[in-house]
Design a protein around this ligand. Structure first.
Ligand SMILES: *Cc1c(COP(=O)(O)O)cnc(C)c1O
Length: 296
């Protein structure tokens, strides 16, 4: 049932480059839905299914002003006829971000939480204990998120030797690691600066059978940190748009494509490598940028 709410049949692989025996393709999960970024849909799927099965009427989750996860949850709940609650990090701003306006439009009730309180998620959940809400972790972090993300591999065949994707909470990456074949290397691009805990958080998410699987986490492509947007990143995004007609978002997908091209430049890949970068969407986040700086 949930599968039919979005247009999964739109997903396609866009060939990007073929250079000295190395191929680079992009898996376009961004085309599934304007509001629900590809990876968010996969990560939410099994939580929502469980909530419906257990007959919950209301879903509650966490996120920031520009969170793809928040707006995706609002959209999916609306489509499934569920109520949704968003616990939002920070005070209520005078003007709601585009993301939060959309979340409200899909019926999400926003509860703003000062930053110090927001950190203590267990206390927040405790304070709403009288409500019969189904809670989903920030970013869909957790076992069911991993299970859903593993299904991204339905679009990835064995011919790919390297799969590159960004990591925020690392839930998607953990799913990709569980689904990868032995000859396939999973490379994560950490979008946060100085978040050394991420590697352990990913390891923690892996089921016992996959804990010995190797993956690589690159920490140098954060461009100043989470949601920072220096000019070189904007220039890169415009460049990729002009050359390949590929739209990217500045928080995630632009960084993974930049990293892939940089690794190619550094001759990281052996001849015959077939590389796939996963484009998880997130394009709605570009609405927070000044108008007209992006050419798409
Ligand atoms: C949320 C998101 C990610 C990060 O996913 P995690 O599972 O939290 O690591 C990557 N790309 C996009 C576009 C996202 O919205």
């Amino acid at each position: 049932m949930i599968d039919n709410l979005l247009q999964l049949n739109k997903v396609f692989i866009q060939p990007l480059l073929h250079e000295s025996e190395i191929t680079l393709d992009i898996l376009r999960l961004d085309v599934i839905n304007e509001t629900v970024s590809g990876n968010k849909w996969f990560k939410l799927k099994y939580y929502l299914q469980e909530a419906v099965q257990k007959r919950y009427a209301t879903i509650a989750t966490f996120g920031g002003y520009f969170s793809n996860h928040i707006v995706a949850t609002a959209y999916m709940c609306n489509a499934l006829g569920l109520k949704s609650i968003g616990i939002i990090r920070g005070e209520r701003p005078k003007i709601l971000s585009h993301t939060l306006q959309n979340a409200s439009k899909y019926g999400m009730q926003l509860i703003f939480m000062p930053r110090d309180k927001y950190k203590k998620k267990a206390d927040i959940i405790e304070s709403f204990t009288n409500e019969n809400w189904y809670w989903i972790n920030e970013g869909g972090y957790g076992e069911l998120g991993v299970k859903g993300a593993a299904e991204i591999f339905n679009w990835i065949d064995n011919s790919y030797s390297h799969i590159i994707a960004t990591a925020g909470t690392g839930t998607m990456l953990a799913g990709l690691i569980t689904a990868a074949k032995e000859h396939q290397q999973i490379i994560g691009v950490n979008v946060m600066k100085g978040n050394e805990a991420l590697e352990n958080e990913i390891y923690f998410l892996l089921p016992e059978k996959d804990k010995n699987k190797k993956f690589i986490l690159l920490n140098k492509y954060h461009f100043g940190g989470y949601a920072k947007c220096p000019n070189i990143l904007i220039e890169f995004m415009n460049d990729i748009w002009n050359k390949y007609h590929l739209p990217t978002d500045f928080v995630y997908s632009a960084k993974s494509i930049y990293a892939a091209l940089d690794l190619m430049k550094e001759k990281y890949f052996y001849g015959g490598s077939k590389i796939l970068v996963i484009h998880c969407g997130g394009l709605q986040g570009n609405n927070s940028l000044p108008k007209n700086i992006l050419q798409f």
